[in-house]
Ligand binder design. Structure first.
Ligand SMILES: [Zn+2]
Length: 142
């Protein structure tokens, strides 16, 4: 007997991964969104077990879930469920799944909680410090 109610979020995301592997795609967002994605997958699979999933990722900080029902009659329900999930994702830290909001850190838009925003800013500034000083070392300077 299998207990389907248990298992980690990553295990549950594996159903999504398997569906995407069938079309040769990969999951393009952080683990904090996996629970939302797994739940959406279950909702869509309940409506249409044979639905096609072409892309899961983040574009400009927003969750993108490109799924197509096997029958066109379900398109409106699919759109509605995906819309609701994307709205929820806009307030969920993409790293840890905690309360987050859309932040832009050095030009990259992500939904992050305060702690992960701080971590991302520190990581980014370390990366900047590691580079050659801007304007001081350049092949273009005469
Ligand atoms: Zn976080």
């Amino acid at each position: 007997m299998e207990d389907k109610s248990r298992g980690s979020e990553v295990d549950r995301a594996s159903a999504v991964l398997a569906r995407m592997a069938a079309t040769g795609h990969v999951l393009g967002c952080g683990e904090g969104w996996f629970p939302l994605i797994s739940e959406l997958d279950r909702q869509l699979a309940n409506l249409d077990p044979a639905y096609g999933l072409f892309r899961v990722g983040r574009v400009d900080g927003a969750l993108v879930f490109d799924a197509k029902p096997s029958v066109p009659e379900l398109a409106a329900q699919f759109s509605a469920l995906i819309y609701v999930t994307a709205r929820r994702a806009s307030a969920v830290c993409e790293v840890c799944g905690g309360d987050g909001e859309l932040r832009t850190i050095h030009g990259l838009a992500e939904v992050l909680c305060a702690a992960h925003q701080a971590a991302a800013e520190r990581a980014e500034s370390r990366r900047l410090v590691g580079r050659k000083p801007m304007g001081m070392v350049s092949d273009q300077v005469p």
